[in-house]
Design a protein around this ligand. Structure first.
Ligand code: AN0
Ligand code: CP
Length: 317
């Protein structure tokens, strides 16, 4: 594997999960692969899990790691070609990217949707420039439209916890005060559509995701109906995708918060969320603290998904 930006880059998912479970059992067995190799992790946006789990995964593989928070200490970067740079941006991405490429062997990039222009976001303008100009393998640590390391960890987690071959997995929108990207739900839908699970998406009207990600998934506007018989509830907020509300919060209805009463409609479902989560907006204290909440092992699997991705890139260097 050279770049990792979406589910297709991983090839056969069953094999990828198998590899993940092997890595998880013996995470220091591949230490030779990363010797004298440097990972550069670039953050245009905040992170707790991605930063720590990816760094840990790289260390498990014997790599050196450099982390740069682009907005803290680096020059302010211009990302638009053709602008007269007479404002507050001191450097252009078109120089910064190849320069950074010289200092490392692999680059991880986190660059969220800006919600200024839907086309720019959905064309992955930042991530694709790294692929084009860095000369290095690039992987997404959550880009404008997808968060594949998260979805891979989610898949590993479901495979570990599922009690039947074809579980019913329900992704539910839940309220949040600020506009959040569609990357996590887009990506989760894209990955679920590659499995043979029963996959249902529930959200209020106006929160329809881009059809290229939801594919043939069942969309159920009645959250309670969607929850019936579910084996996994995957909660997430996202801002509207459809025009004219792209990137906007159009609903904060707390009747959509995942609570114990709704969980009681499920088949004793496990509760999942990628974190960070706002308690008593997305999910009640009671549900996230219940024995059926698997948000912590889900986050722990981020180390494993990152390690499989880095391992495969290193094997192909
Ligand atoms: C981000 C999002 O919703 O995409 C990161 C989640 C992994 N969440 C927030 O910005 C709160
Ligand atoms: N789930 C996730 O990616 O968390 P961070 O934003 O903290 O990295």
């Amino acid at each position: 594997m050279r770049h990792f930006t979406n589910v297709k880059d991983l090839g056969n998912l069953k094999e990828a999960v198998k590899e993940a479970l092997e890595v998880k059992k013996n995470r220091f067995a591949y230490k030779h692969l990363g010797k004298d190799k440097t990972l550069l992790m670039l953050f245009f946006n905040s992170s707790l899990r991605t930063r720590l789990s990816t760094q840990k995964a790289a260390m498990n593989l014997g790599m050196n790691v450099i982390v740069l928070d682009v907005n803290q200490g680096a020059w302010k970067l211009e990302t638009e070609r053709g602008v007269v740079m007479d404002g507050d941006k001191s450097e252009h991405l078109l120089e910064a990217i190849p320069v950074m490429g010289n200092y490392c062997d692999i680059i991880g990039v986190r660059a969220f949707a800006k919600f200024e222009n839907k086309e720019d976001d959905y064309q992955e303008k930042i991530l694709s420039q790294f692929i084009q100009y860095s000369g290095r393998p690039v992987f997404s640590m959550e880009a404008a439209t997808r968060h594949p390391l998260q979805s891979f960890a989610d898949l590993i987690t479901i495979e570990e916890y599922k009690q039947k071959e074809r579980p019913k997995v329900v992704m539910s929108w839940a309220p949040h005060p600020r506009a959040l990207p569609q990357a996590v739900p887009n990506s989760f839908a894209e990955w679920m559509n590659e499995t043979d699970y029963e996959f249902v998406i529930t959200h209020p009207e106006g929160y329809e995701l881009a059809p290229q990600f939801t594919g043939n998934a069942r969309i159920e506007y009645d959250q309670r109906k969607a929850f019936e018989g579910a084996d996994f509830i995957y909660a997430k907020n996202w801002a509207a995708y459809a025009d004219p509300n792209y990137g906007k919060v159009i609903n904060t209805d707390r009747r959509w918060t995942v609570d114990a009463e709704k969980m009681a409609l499920t088949n004793n479902a496990y509760f999942m969320h990628c974190l960070p989560v706002r308690r008593n907006m997305i999910v009640t204290d009671e549900v996230i603290e219940s024995p059926r909440s698997i948000v912590i092992p889900e986050a722990a699997n981020r180390e494993i998904s990152a390690q499989v991705v880095l391992k495969r890139i290193l094997e192909n260097l």
